[in-house]
Design a protein around this ligand. Structure first.
Ligand SMILES: NC(=O)C1=CN([C@@H]2O[C@H](COP(=O)(O)OP(=O)(O)OC[C@H]3O[C@@H](n4cnc5c(N)ncnc54)[C@H](OP(=O)(O)O)[C@@H]3O)[C@@H](O)[C@H]2O)C=CC1
Ligand SMILES: O=C(O)[C@@H]1CCC=N1
Length: 263
C-alpha cells in the first residue's frame, strides 16, 4: 500500500486526510507542530515527531502549511527527498518553480488548490501537472485521489491565481452572501435561527438545482422572475448597487493577492 504523508494537519490538511482515510487506499502519515492537531488525527494516521521523519516514510508528501513557512519546511525535507517521492503543495501563491527549487530539484511536484468544502467531502480541486518530472502513473494517482474526495480539474499553473481567487477563496464569498441574506431576514422580523436555517436550505437547494438542471444560471434566474413581480424588484436593486461588479472585484483582488504571495 502506498504511503501518503501530510505536513500540516490544520483546516485543509486535516480535511483532505479525513477524505483519504475513508477511501482506505493509502497508509496515512502526519506531522504538525501542534500536539492538539496530532492528537485529533492520530485515529487515522501514524504521527511522526518531525517533518523529515514523515518524508522518509511517505511516497506522497502533501504540504498543507501556510505559504509563509513553505520555504523553511521544504528545505528541511531535502535530505529525505528523491525521485521516488512526490510532493503535493496546496499552498496559495507558492509557485511550481519555488517548490522545485526549495525541494532541491530532486522529485516530482504537483500543485493542488482545494477549497474548504473539502471538509464535507465536497471540495473542488485544481491540479497542476506542469512539472516535467511528473510521470503518467502519478498524474493518474493524483486525479484518482482528488476525484475520490470531490471534483478534480486539471489546470495549467498560469490559471492558478485566477482559480485561487475564484474557487479557493470562493466559499468565503458564498458565506458573506449568506450572512447578508440572514441579516436581511432578521431585519424583516425572522429570528436569526429561522433565517439561518432557511438561507442554508435556499443556497444548498439552488446549488443542487443548478447542478441537476445543468442549465445556465441566467435561465434558472428567469424561472424565478415573474413579470412585474417581487424578484425583478429585488434584482433591480442588486443591479443598482452593482452586485456583479462587486463580486468581480472581489475575485480579481483575491487573484492579485495570490500572485503577490509568490514574492
Ligand atoms: N483554508 C483555506 O480555505 C485554503 C487554504 N489553502 C492553503 O492551505 C494551506 C494550509 O491552510 P489552512 O489549512 O487553512 O491553515 P491552518 O493554519 O489551518 O493549518 C496549517 C497547519 O500547519 C501547521 N504548521 C505550522 N508550521 C508548520 C511546520 N513548520 N511544519 C508543519 N506544520 C506546520 C500549523 O500549526 P500552527 O497553527 O501551530 O502554526 C497548522 O496546524 C495554506 O498554504 C493555504 O494557502 C488553500 C486553499 C484553501
Ligand atoms: O485566504 C487564503 O489565502 C487561502 C487560500 C485560498 C483560500 N484561503
Amino acid at each position: 500500500m502506498k504511503r501518503f504523508g501530510f505536513i500540516g494537519l490544520g483546516n485543509m490538511g486535516g480535511a483532505i486526510a479525513r477524505g483519504l482515510a475513508s477511501g482506505g487506499a493509502f497508509a496515512l502519515h502526519g506531522f504538525d507542530p501542534s500536539e492538539g492537531m496530532c492528537r485529533r488525527n492520530a485515529d487515522i494516521m501514524t504521527i511522526h515527531p518531525t517533518a523529515l521523519e514523515l518524508a522518509r516514510n511517505s511516497d506522497y508528501v502533501l504540504l498543507a502549511v501556510k505559504p509563509q513557512v513553505m520555504r523553511p519546511v521544504l528545505t528541511g525535507l531535502v535530505p529525505a527527498l528523491g525521485p521516488e517521492t512526490c510532493l503535493v503543495s496546496i499552498a496559495a501563491g507558492v509557485t511550481l518553480d519555488q517548490l522545485v527549487e526549495w525541494s532541491g530539484r530532486k522529485c516530482p511536484v504537483v500543485r493542488v488548490m482545494p477549497n474548504t468544502p473539502a471538509m464535507v467531502g465536497k471540495g473542488v480541486y485544481a491540479l497542476c501537472f506542469d512539472h516535467e518530472l511528473l510521470d503518467e502513473g502519478r498524474r493518474q494517482t493524483m486525479l484518482d485521489v482528488f476525484s475520490s474526495i470531490g471534483q478534480a480539474h486539471v489546470l495549467p499553473e498560469k490559471l492558478f491565481d485566477a482559480y485561487t481567487g475564484l474557487i479557493g477563496s470562493g466559499p468565503a464569498y458564498v458565506y458573506a452572501f449568506m450572512e447578508g441574506l440572514i441579516d436581511a431576514g432578521v431585519t424583516l422580523g425572522l429570528t436569526r435561527a429561522q433565517a439561518t436555517s432557511m438561507v442554508s436550505g435556499l443556497v444548498s437547494g439552488s446549488a443542487l438545482m443548478a447542478e441537476a438542471e445543468g442549465a445556465h444560471p441566467t435561465l434558472l434566474k428567469e424561472m424565478v422572475t415573474s413579470p412585474g413581480g417581487t424578484t425583478i424588484a429585488g434584482l433591480n436593486a442588486l443591479d443598482e448597487h452593482r452586485f456583479k461588479f462587486a463580486i468581480g472585484r472581489a475575485v480579481r483582488a483575491a487573484a492579485e493577492r495570490s500572485k503577490e504571495l509568490a514574492d
